[in-house]
Design a protein around this ligand. Structure first.
Ligand code: G
Ligand code: G
Ligand code: MN
Ligand code: NA
Length: 259
């Protein structure tokens, strides 16, 4: 496939860019000035002919071809640098979440790479959150759990992404060294729509609490959902209600309360 060679070239040519979507502290938000807790870094490809490509057009390809490892290395390093750039003296710390594919996590040297990225950028470990999808965790729990434990031991936080979509046994959570559950958008979509949907989301958030995990509700698109999630006890929200993923300059502006 042409695209694969293209992607390999793009990596070298600096055509990959990161956009940043804020996570908002729920309960502090009066609807006017949302409190930004941090950002999730989301990769895009500024393709010379095809324009700005969303990850769906190249991340699966990168995973199949193994290019996800060098791609992920770049994402991690760039996100750490951006996280440092977003900190402001006298303001609360800004966290940065980075998506990590399972192939990347289990590639030799990943833990060292994370530590090097922190050291080179000067980012404090507790401000880095690594997001692993639930399905990735389930695919290799034996291999993945010790790696997550190693990362967590230095203060880095671990989030389970797309939580609730993996047809999983919930018992795995007990044995997994994680800090954050990202409640999948498919649950958030239903919280103000039907009683069953609300019950499911409520149960996930309550379980997060009882396991002392932070919960992030993903894909929040309207204020009714945000209000509901706040009442249900979700810690943070993320979604178009507050902001789409935006370039770094706009992310910095969001921190300053600008639009
Ligand atoms: O950016 P968008 O909102 O379209 O994200 C779509 C999907 O692509 C998300 O599910 C996210 O997990 C994945 N994704 C985005 N950026 C990265 C990245 O840097 N690395 C990996 N592995 N996946 C990413
Ligand atoms: O890594 P993850 O699968 O969580 O990636 C988040 C994806 O969800 C990104 O593609 C992001 O652009 C998208 N997204 C974030 N907020 C919203 C939202 O409010 N609505 C919709 N439809 N998509 C969202
Ligand atoms: Mn994610
Ligand atoms: Na997700």
């Amino acid at each position: 496939l042409q695209l694969r060679a293209d992607l390999e070239r793009a990596l070298g040519a600096g055509e990959l860019v990161l956009h940043y979507q804020p996570t908002i502290t729920l309960g502090l938000d009066d609807g006017l000035a949302p409190t930004v807790h941090g950002f999730e870094a989301l990769v895009r490809w500024q393709h010379p002919e095809r324009g700005l490509l969303a990850p769906v057009h190249f991340v699966p390809l990168a995973e199949e071809s193994g290019l996800i490892v060098p791609l992920g290395t770049w994402v991690l390093q760039e996100a750490c640098r951006s996280a440092v750039a977003l900190q402001q003296p006298g303001r609360p710390d800004v966290a940065m979440s980075v998506n990590v594919a399972v192939a990347q996590l289990t590639a030799p040297g990943f833990v060292d790479l994370v530590h090097a990225s922190l050291a080179e950028s000067g980012l404090a470990p507790h401000l880095l959150v690594l997001e692993i999808t639930e399905t990735a965790v389930l695919a290799g729990a034996d291999v993945v759990a010790p790696l997550l434990a190693q990362l967590r031991a230095t203060g880095i936080r671990i989030a389970i992404d797309d939580f609730g979509t993996g047809y999983s046994s919930l018992s795995y959570l007990r044995d997994l060294p994680v800090d954050v559950l990202k409640v999948d958008k498919s649950f958030v979509d239903h919280v103000v729509r039907d009683e069953q949907g609300a019950s499911l989301a409520e149960a996930i958030i309550a379980m997060g609490h009882s396991l002392h995990l932070t919960t992030v509700a993903e894909g929040v698109e309207d204020r009714d959902q945000a209000t509901w999630l706040t009442s249900a006890g979700a810690t943070y929200g993320q979604g178009y209600l507050w902001s789409r993923p935006v370039p770094l300059v706009q992310a910095a502006a969001l921190l300053n309360g600008a639009e």
